[in-house]
Each structure stands twice: as structure tokens, then as C-alpha cells.
Design a binder for this molecule. Structure first.
Ligand code: PLP
Length: 364
């Protein structure tokens, strides 16, 4: 069985060294020493001003919205994980879905401006597959209309734009450290900001809104714990190696699929990419589903990701986002993780090649 992703796990011995430290002082949660150590290491590794470790990427989005004190409408992308839209509604705001660029699958900034109303308080955009949004254009729009900018940066760990962390753009970046992401703490996430006042709110909001034990603002339990921090401390220094391996596997995929006329999200040249996913857009939904089924018959798990396009979900107001609809129907993410072998990539690409070869008369 080849899954679409597989978490990297350190040796049990390595993890146990941290467990011994936890057992020694019986401090398991509530801002213990390992959480503090992980926050410090992440801040240095990523070169960001303020970072707060929380229980998930979804919680990071929730806390980001609350810390920015948002209300009314939040402009967001139709092509993202459902968590992005849910976080908005959960915070009692209205998601206004905007369509994406057909080239990089990130929100189309030109369509953002047209969606702004008197009720708009922010833009919440996703760096899709680690590809940066047009951060400069979004920044200009936000300044002009006095809006906050939050990035769902769940896919973007260690991505750099012109040599500096992608997390330094926007007012807040929300990151996921879920087991399926490049850097993981089993479950977990972080909120990152350059504003000291917003960073202070991260700490309050994620700890029930308490300051020195007294209720100060509305809060929630967004804390993470020592066990999850330990996993992060075991793996952070390995991230550059993970990215190198993923790059190699990506190149292998690209080479073997180059005979086919498939579509891939385009990346700008001024970034250091993290090779978080291997997304492929097929010529039709029918073909994407045939490939998906053929892989499944061979015990290979691809993922329709993102699918469906969020503008069509029943509990949200419907918005017209034809590009996102189209990409969501035709896209598959293929398996990509550090333990995947070149041989397995070849096995996968051969299934794709033969499926498409036998479907050719159908699409001609
Ligand atoms: C994974 C993911 C999330 C959710 O993160 P969790 O840590 O699983 O809550 C949100 N947005 C995007 C784009 C993601 O990929």
C-alpha cells in the first residue's frame, strides 16, 4: 500500500530521550519547557519575529481571526482546505469566495478588489501547495482598503520569497504541523506575526483568554503539549533533508510524466520551494477519476485535493468561481513523502501512463 503521504517518525530512542525529560519533571502541558524550546527553535529556524505553538492548523486560523479582531465579511479563496472556510464561519464571519489564477491556483488579486464591500474586514488567502500568493499585490489592496491579511500557510513551511520566510508577509500566517505536512508535531500548528500586540493576543486567546489567571478577553483552549513539541524537536533539523529528498522525487515524477501533456501549478522563480505536494491536473475529470481508480486497484492512494471547490459547499452561500470548480474536478495529488522510493514513483507513473494510453480514443 502506497499512501498519499506518510509521516516521518524519528527512532523511538530519540523520542524517548524527550519523554525522559517530561517524566523527570511531570510537566506535560501548559507552556512547558519543550514547548518553549520548540517555539524558540522555530523562531530562529524560520527567522520570524513572533511564533506561538498551538494545537492545530485550524486552531491557528481561528486564533488569527480573533487576534485580528475581525467581523463581517472575509474575502477568501475557493480553492483551499475546508478548514480555511470553516474557520471564518466558526468565528462568526462570512466567507466571500473569490476565484483563483489558472496558473498558480492561488487567489486572483484582481478579483479580490471587486469583492470588497463596506463589510469586508480581511483577506484570508492560502499559499496553495506552498506556492506563494501574489503577496505584494494583496498587501497593496489591503493597505488601500484598510483590511487585515491572514495567510493560511499550512502548506508553506520553509518556503522563502527572495530569501526571506513567506511567513513574514501579511499580518498573521497560520501554519499546520499535522502529521501529513512537511514538518509535523503529530497534531499542531502555529500562529506567526510581526506585530507584538497581536502576538500577545495569541497567548491570551489560546489560554482561555486568561491573564495571570484572570479572564481578560474571550478565549479558547488552543494550547499544545510537551509530547507534540518533543516530536517537533526530533524532526526540525531534518527539514532541509526532507525537502532535498522531495525535490528529487518531484523531478523523477516530472521526468517520467513529461511525455504526457499534463498541467502543473506554476511557481515564481524568486522562491525557495518546499516540494510539499505533487499535484497534477488531468485534461478532464473523467480521466482524473480513471487514474484515481487505476491507482486504487494497485493499492496506491492518490488524493482529490482540493475537492470540492469551497464555493459549492451546501452550508455556505454560493459564489461563481469557475476556475476553481474546474481545477478541483481535474486535480490529483500523487504520493509524496520522504520514504517514497524512485522505484515506487516509477510504479505510479507507469499506471498513469497506461491508463491514459488506453483512454486516448475516448478523449480524442
Ligand atoms: C492541513 C491544512 C489545514 C488544517 O490544518 P490542521 O492542522 O489539520 O488543523 C488548513 N489549511 C490547509 C491549506 C491545510 O492543508
Amino acid at each position: 500500500m502506497i499512501n498519499v503521504s506518510k509521516p516521518f517518525l524519528p527512532s523511538i530512542d530519540e523520542y524517548e530521550e524527550y519523554l525522559k525529560r517530561i517524566w523527570k519533571i511531570s510537566h506535560v502541558t501548559n507552556q512547558g519547557p519543550l514547548v518553549a524550546e520548540l517555539e524558540k527553535e522555530l523562531t530562529e529556524y524560520l527567522q520570524v519575529p513572533f511564533l506561538h505553538f498551538v494545537s492545530s492548523g485550524t486552531m491557528a486560523l481561528e486564533i488569527a481571526i480573533k487576534a485580528c479582531d475581525l467581523g463581517g465579511e472575509i474575502i477568501t479563496t475557493a480553492f483551499s482546505h475546508i478548514s480555511t472556510a470553516n474557520a471564518i464561519l466558526w468565528a462568526n464571519c462570512q466567507p466571500v469566495f473569490v476565484d483563483i489564477n489558472p496558473t498558480d491556483f492561488c487567489i486572483d488579486p484582481d478579483k479580490i478588489e471587486r469583492a470588497i464591500t463596506g463589510k469586508t474586514s480581511a483577506i484570508l488567502a492560502t499559499h496553495v501547495f506552498g506556492n506563494p500568493c501574489d503577496v505584494l499585490k494583496i498587501d497593496r489592496i489591503a493597505k488601500k482598503h484598510n483590511l487585515k491579511v491572514i495567510y493560511d500557510a499550512a502548506h508553506a513551511f520553509d518556503v522563502k520569497i527572495n530569501g526571506q520566510s513567506i511567513f513574514n508577509y501579511g499580518d498573521v500566517s497560520a501554519v499546520s504541523f499535522h502529521a501529513t505536512k512537511i514538518f509535523h508535531t503529530i497534531e499542531g500548528g502555529a500562529v506567526i506575526t510581526g506585530h507584538a500586540d497581536i502576538a500577545e493576543k495569541f497567548r491570551l486567546i489560546s489560554n482561555f483568554g486568561l491573564e495571570n489567571g484572570d479572564p481578560k478577553i474571550l478565549g479558547i483552549n488552543g494550547k499544545n503539549c510537551e509530547f507534540h513539541a518533543a516530536m517537533g524537536l526530533c524532526t526540525l533539523h531534518r527539514v532541509p533533508g526532507f525537502i532535498k529528498k522531495r525535490k528529487l522525487l518531484t523531478e523523477t515524477y516530472n521526468e517520467q510524466l513529461s511525455v504526457l501533456n499534463l498541467q502543473y501549478p506554476q511557481r515564481p522563480h524568486n522562491i525557495d520551494y518546499n516540494y510539499a505536494y505533487f499535484p497534477v491536473v488531468f485534461p478532464s475529470e473523467e480521466l482524473a477519476l480513471s487514474v484515481f481508480a487505476a491507482l486504487e486497484r494497485n493499492e496506491v492512494n492518490a488524493r482529490r485535493y482540493f475537492y470540492p471547490s469551497l464555493n459549492n459547499l451546501p452550508f455556505y452561500k454560493h459564489y461563481f468561481c469557475p476556475i476553481s470548480d474546474d481545477i478541483a474536478q481535474r486535480i490529483l495529488c500523487l504520493p509524496l513523502y520522504v520514504d517514497l522510493t524512485a522505484k515506487e514513483v516509477q510504479f505510479i507513473t507507469e499506471i498513469i501512463l497506461s491508463t491514459i494510453a488506453s483512454a486516448k480514443p475516448q478523449i480524442a
